[in-house]
Design a binder for this molecule. Sequence first.
Ligand code: ZN
Length: 218
Amino acid sequence: MTINHHPSGETLLRFAAGTLPAGPRLIVAVHVGGCPACRRQVAAFEAIGGALLDAGEPVGMASDALERMMARIDREPGRPQGAAAAIRLPRAELGIALPEAMDACGIGPWRWLGPGLRWSRVTVQGAPEANVMLLRVAAGKTLPEHTHSGSEFTQVLKGSFSDARGRYLPGDMDEADAEVDHTPVVDADGECICVAAIDGQMKLTGFVGRVVQRFVSF
Ligand SMILES: [Zn+2]
């Protein structure tokens, strides 16, 4: 599997430092779980962070960086520990294999969103406020039109979509900031399933968007 679209360097650094909010952190964890190049990059950032801590010089890192990093490891998706391990969130059977990073997540059933469009609510262990969803879009359909104030993170699990910036296949992550005006269209050869989160507020527009807005807390 060739991966062509990766998180930005800044996002990987925030992931390594444990400063990404829970929703985007899950999407990046799914990507990193399937992308050796990004895994190496994250390991390098963590090694730099560790070396800075070893040197005892709080250069560019907050004094509680180690504590936060350990907390992140405790919270890392797919690695439930301590009290969190006892909580089993409900998981609907969606008929697809979900990545290991989502093992500790709650998964809602597929819900109708519009013609050829379904979504499922993903609950992040320990972060009920995180806005994460699985989207299932039929071949040839356009993803719901929307604008957002923060970055949007979309990881392709199955099928593919394309927009002005290229084609996104399984393993690819699309990181779109508020500046990106994108209308992704699912490729004609099959349905596309993505897991998506936003870092900021999303406002869905258009008819489908207004329907979605009633169900999704984005
Ligand atoms: Zn990558």
